[in-house]
Design a protein around this ligand. Structure first.
Ligand code: HAM
Length: 444
C-alpha cells in the first residue's frame, strides 16, 4: 500500500466511528449525572487570551511552560496573544467573572465537554489533542460540595463500569499561606543539598518547589524522607476541612486512599486535591483529577470566590473501558438495505428509502448500477437484518422482494406494504424516531 501524503499531526488522532461510540456513551453518562446534580452546560471558546492560562494554571507549571499551544490571530501577526485551551477551569472562571455569575444563586454548577490541547511529548495516553469532561462548583466553600463532586464523578465511573479498576487518591495541600510557610521550610532544608538533586528538580526548587513532592527521581525521594512534610504546616482549618471531607466520603460509601505526596500539576489548587489512578499502574495513567481553587477567581480579576472541580480524560477512560471489556451500546446498526435494478426501480427506491428513514428505520441503499448479486453482497457486509429488492419485474407487478438476511429466506410482498411490513418486523419500539422533545433535552 502506498504511504498517504497527509497524516494527522503528531499527538493527534481521528476519532473513528468505533471510538465515537464510546465517546457518545461517556458523554451520555456525564450529561445524565450532571443533570441529576443540577449542573448546567457551558462551552468556553477553544482558544483564549493566553494570560488566562499563564496566570491561572501558573507560569512555572509544565502545562504553561512547556505545553501551551500558542496561536496568533492573523497570519501576518507574529505575537501570539492567544493559546488553545489546555483545560477548562481557567476559561470557565473567566466566564464566571465576565458574565456576572456571582449575581446568580450560589453555588454555580457548570460542566463542559470537549477537546483540550497540550504540546506534550506524545506517548501512550498522552496526546496533543485530547478530550475532557469537566465539572466546576463555584461560589461556596464547604467540604460537602467537594464530597458531592467526587460522588458525581464516582457515579459516572460506575456507570461506565470502570470504578473497580480505579483508586481515588486524596490529599489536602493547605491554604496559600500554609504552602508559603512550607515552601520556605523546604527551601531551607535543601540549602547545601542542591548538588544532590537531579537537574530538573534543582530547577523546580527555585520555580515550583512543591512539585518536588511528586518527583519520580529516586535521589529526590530519598532526600525528601528527612525533609519537613507539608502536613506539618497545615493550619487547623485545613486539617478539620480535610477530616470532615473524608468523613463525608465515608458516609457516601466512597473508597479513597490518603496520599500525602499528591500535589497535582496546576498551581491554582488550595486544600483539597484528588486524582483517580489506575489501580495497577498509578499516576501515569490518571483518568482524571481535580480539587479546590479558592484563589483562582480573584487571581483572574474577580471578587474572592471559592471553587472546586474535576476533569476526566476521555481517551484514558475509553482505554479503561476497553481493558475491562466494556462494549459501548450504540444505535449505529443498519436495519434495511434497499437494492434495485433499472431506472424505474431506482426512482421508486429513492422514495422508499426516504420513507423508511422518516419512520425511524436505519436504511442504506446502493443506488448505483451494480448487479443485484453484488448489491446483496454489500447488504451482507452491512450486516443488515432485511433487504428489499426491486427489479424491473417487480416494478411492473407493483411488488417488492423482502429478504430476511439472517434466515436466508425471501418472499414477494406488495410494494405498498413494504414500509409497514418492515416496521412490524423490527417492532415499533426499536424505531429510531427523533422528536423535538429529545432535541431540547440533548445538547451535544
Ligand atoms: P489535569 O489533571 O491536568 O486536570 O487533567 C485531567 C485529566 O485529563 C487527566 O487526569 C488525564 O486523564 C487527562 N489528560 C491531561 N492531559 C492529557 C493528555 N496530554 N493526553 C490525554 N489525556 C490527558 C485539569 O485539567 C484540571 N482543570 C481539573 C480541574 C477541574 N480542577 C478543578 N477543576
Amino acid at each position: 500500500m502506498s504511504q498517504p501524503q497527509f497524516r494527522t499531526p503528531k499527538g493527534t488522532h481521528d476519532i473513528l466511528p468505533e471510538d465515537n461510540q464510546y465517546m457518545t456513551y461517556i458523554k451520555k453518562a456525564v450529561r445524565h449525572r450532571a443533570r441529576q446534580a443540577g449542573f448546567k452546560r457551558i462551552d468556553p471558546p477553544i482558544f483564549e487570551n493566553r494570560q488566562i492560562f499563564e496566570r491561572g494554571i501558573g507560569e512555572h507549571t509544565d502545562i504553561v511552560e512547556k505545553e501551551l499551544f500558542v496561536v496568533s490571530g492573523k497570519q501576518s501577526e507574529d505575537k501570539s496573544e492567544f493559546a488553545l485551551r489546555p483545560e477548562f477551569t481557567a476559561g470557565i472562571c473567566r466566564s464566571y467573572i465576565e458574565n456576572g455569575m456571582q449575581q446568580l444563586p450560589q453555588p454555580v454548577e457548570l460542566y463542559a465537554i470537549g477537546p483540550c490541547f497540550r504540546h506534550d511529548r506524545p506517548q501512550k495516553g498522552r496526546y496533543r489533542q485530547f478530550h475532557q469532561f469537566d465539572f466546576e462548583i463555584i461560589g461556596i466553600k464547604d467540604p460537602s460540595l467537594d464530597a458531592q463532586l467526587i460522588h458525581v464523578v464516582t457515579k459516572i465511573f460506575e456507570d461506565l463500569q470502570i470504578l473497580d479498576r480505579l483508586k481515588l487518591q486524596i490529599n489536602n495541600i493547605g491554604t496559600a499561606e500554609n504552602r508559603l510557610a512550607y515552601v520556605a521550610a523546604l527551601k531551607d532544608f535543601f540549602i547545601g543539598k542542591e548538588r544532590n538533586l537531579p537537574d530538573l528538580d534543582r530547577e523546580r526548587l527555585t520555580t515550583n518547589p512543591l512539585r518536588l513532592l511528586d518527583s519520580k527521581e529516586e535521589d529526590t525521594q530519598i532526600l525528601l524522607k528527612s525533609a519537613p512534610t507539608l502536613d506539618q504546616f497545615l493550619s487547623d482549618e485545613s486539617k478539620v476541612y480535610h477530616s470532615t471531607l473524608l468523613e463525608y466520603l465515608t458516609e457516601l460509601g466512597i473508597q479513597f486512599q490518603e496520599n500525602k505526596s499528591l500535589v497535582r500539576g496546576l498551581d491554582y489548587y488550595t486544600q483539597t486535591v484528588f486524582e483517580f489512578w489506575d489501580s495497577e499502574t498509578g499516576a501515569q495513567n490518571a483518568v482524571g483529577g481535580g480539587g479546590r481553587y479558592d484563589a483562582l477567581i480573584e487571581l483572574l480579576g474577580g471578587k474572592p470566590t471559592p471553587g472546586t472541580g474535576f476533569a476526566g480524560g476521555m481517551e484514558r477512560i475509553i482505554w479503561q473501558m476497553k481493558q475491562a471489556g466494556v462494549k459501548a451500546p450504540h444505535k449505529d446498526q443498519v436495519d434495511v438495505f434497499v437494492a434495485q435494478l433499472g431506472p424505474e426501480a431506482k426512482k421508486s427506491c429513492l422514495r422508499l428509502i426516504s420513507e423508511l428513514r422518516e419512520k425511524g428505520v436505519h436504511t442504506v441503499g446502493a443506488l448505483g448500477e451494480a448487479s443485484l448479486k453484488s448489491q446483496m453482497r454489500l447488504a451482507d457486509k452491512f450486516q443488515v437484518r432485511y433487504a428489499l429488492l426491486l427489479g424491473k419485474m417487480e416494478v411492473k407487478g407493483g411488488t417488492i422482494i423482502l429478504r430476511d438476511m439472517q434466515a436466508g429466506k425471501q418472499k414477494e410482498i406488495k410494494y405498498d406494504k413494504a414500509v409497514s411490513t418492515i416496521i412490524e418486523l423490527l417492532g415499533e419500539k426499536n424505531l429510531d424516531t427523533y422528536t423535538l422533545k429529545d432535541r431540547m433535552g440533548e445538547s451535544d
